[in-house]
Each structure stands twice: as structure tokens, then as C-alpha cells.
Write a protein that binds this ligand. Structure first.
Ligand SMILES: Nc1ncnc2c1ncn2[C@@H]1O[C@H](COP(=O)(O)OP(=O)(O)OP(=O)(O)O)[C@@H](O)[C@H]1O
Length: 224
């Protein structure tokens, strides 16, 4: 089964204006469930735009996106956002954590829309923190974490809803080499958990990894 299917996708910024810009041009892409795919391309090639469309953070100008066979581009916003929330976990390069809160409270945040018991919540949070190897810092404030720890907290938060798809945008951009290699090991764990993973990056550390299923080259808004 395909976890993600993108067809004839276009994204135009400033549509209809004199500075109209095609950030993505007729993208077609199928990603099998459980695969690890690297979107590769220089800065400005359109990788983040493509990830944000797949994740439903922005709307395409035209074309279709299917997530686990559901055509999210045709769904009303509320339903599309529900799919995004339950089936997709995001890891952003800037981590997007809530400073001032603890690791545990950050990881817990996405669960607030579910009516779970306290013990169910604790269990899910603990599980996600353990997978991401950040459980030992659970009561520590985000502002006092290292960059690598912040990312592991962001990964735990991305995992807590047990999504089938993980999207990571330049996940190693703010990490040193050692922490970048830790992230790469984490990708192996995602594979074991049968997650479908899409990483947008221009980091050469992602070249030649033997457990990557596909490398997709993006250039000037097109797939090569
Ligand atoms: N909101 C916007 N309005 C206008 N142009 C935009 C907007 N967002 C992105 N772009 C343009 O679309 C193109 C693709 O941007 P995108 O962020 O997807 O590239 P990228 O490959 O992810 O780059 P990076 O690696 O630097 O994050 C760039 O030329 C960018 O300037």
C-alpha cells in the first residue's frame, strides 16, 4: 500500500500577481508504507514546500495528495487537519517546542485533543520519550536542553500520537555531526516501527545510507 500519493501537484506563490512563482511544478510521487525516502535538493528547490503540502500545513494550487488512501486535498479543512494530527508526525529543524515547559509537557501537548485517562496519557508520553531516548530528561525545562536533546524531545512529540507517517524538514540543520549521526540511527528505529518517513535535507550525511529506500532529487520545484 502507498502511504503517500502525490499527483500533478503544483504550488504557486503570489498566484495571479505579477510576481507569481511556481515553487512546485507538476509533482508526482508515490511512497510505499514503511519506506524511508530522502527528498534531496539545494536550498530553495522546493523540499519544504512539498513536505508542508504533504503534511497539510499548506494548500496546493492544484493537484491531489492521498494520505493512507484518503484524498486530503478534497476534504474539508477540519477533516484534513484531523488526518494530519492523527496520522502524521512532524520534526522541524527549529524544533518548534514550547520553551518554559518541561519535556514531558511538550510531548504531552498533542494528546490534549483526545479524551484519554491520565494513566493512558502518561503511558503514551512515556513510550514516545523512551523511543526518542529523552525519558531521562522528562522534568527538565526545554530552555535548558542541548540542541540534540531538544530534537529528541521534538521526535518524542512527533511520535506520541503514534502516527504512521513522519515528516522531517532539515532535521540535522541545527545539530553537530555527532547528534546528526544519532538522528540517523533514530531513522533505523522508525523503520523497525514500520513508520513511513520522509526527510527533506541537503545534508550529505544522508547520502549512501544502506537502509534508505529512495532518494528523490528536487530541483527548481521539479522532481528529477
Ligand atoms: N510564502 C512564500 N511566498 C513566496 N515564495 C515562497 C514562499 N515560501 C517559499 N517560497 C519560495 O519557494 C521556493 C521553494 O522554497 P522551499 O522552502 O520549499 O525550499 P527548500 O528546498 O525547502 O529550501 P531550504 O533547504 O532552504 O529550506 C523558494 O524559492 C522560496 O523562496
Amino acid at each position: 500500500m502507498n502511504a503517500v500519493e502525490v499527483s500533478n501537484l503544483n504550488k504557486i506563490y503570489h498566484e495571479g500577481e505579477t510576481n507569481e512563482f511556481y515553487a512546485l511544478k507538476n509533482i508526482n510521487l508515490s511512497i510505499k508504507s514503511g519506506d524511508l525516502v530522502i527528498l534531496k535538493g539545494v536550498s530553495g528547490s522546493g523540499k519544504s514546500t512539498l513536505l508542508s503540502l504533504i503534511g497539510g500545513l499548506s494548500k496546493p494550487s492544484s493537484g491531489e495528495i492521498l494520505i493512507n488512501r484518503q484524498n486530503v486535498s478534497k476534504l474539508p479543512d477540519i477533516m484534513a487537519s484531523n488526518i494530519r494530527h492523527t496520522q502524521i508526525g512532524f520534526v522541524f529543524q527549529s524544533f518548534n517546542l514550547l520553551e518554559g515547559l518541561s519535556v514531558k509537557d511538550n510531548v504531552k501537548a498533542p494528546l490534549s485533543i483526545l479524551s484519554l485517562s491520565k494513566s493512558q496519557t502518561e503511558e503514551m508520553v512515556q513510550k514516545a520519550m523512551q523511543i526518542a531516548n529523552i525519558a531521562h530528561k522528562k522534568d527538565q525545562n526545554i530552555s535548558s536542553l542541548s540542541g540534540g536533546e531538544k530534537q529528541r524531545c521534538a521526535i518524542a512529540r512527533a511520535l506520541v500520537m503514534e502516527p504512521s507517517i513522519i515528516l522531517a524538514d532539515e532535521p540535522t540543520a541545527n545539530l553537530d555531526k555527532q547528534n546528526s549521526l544519532v538522528f540517523i540511527q533514530m531513522l533505523k528505529k522508525f523503520k523497525e516501527l514500520k513508520k513511513t518517513v520522509i526527510v527533506a535535507t541537503h545534508d550529505i550525511l544522508f547520502d549512501d545510507l544502506d537502509f534508505v529506500d529512495e532518494i528523490v532529487d528536487v530541483k527548481n520545484g521539479e522532481i528529477l
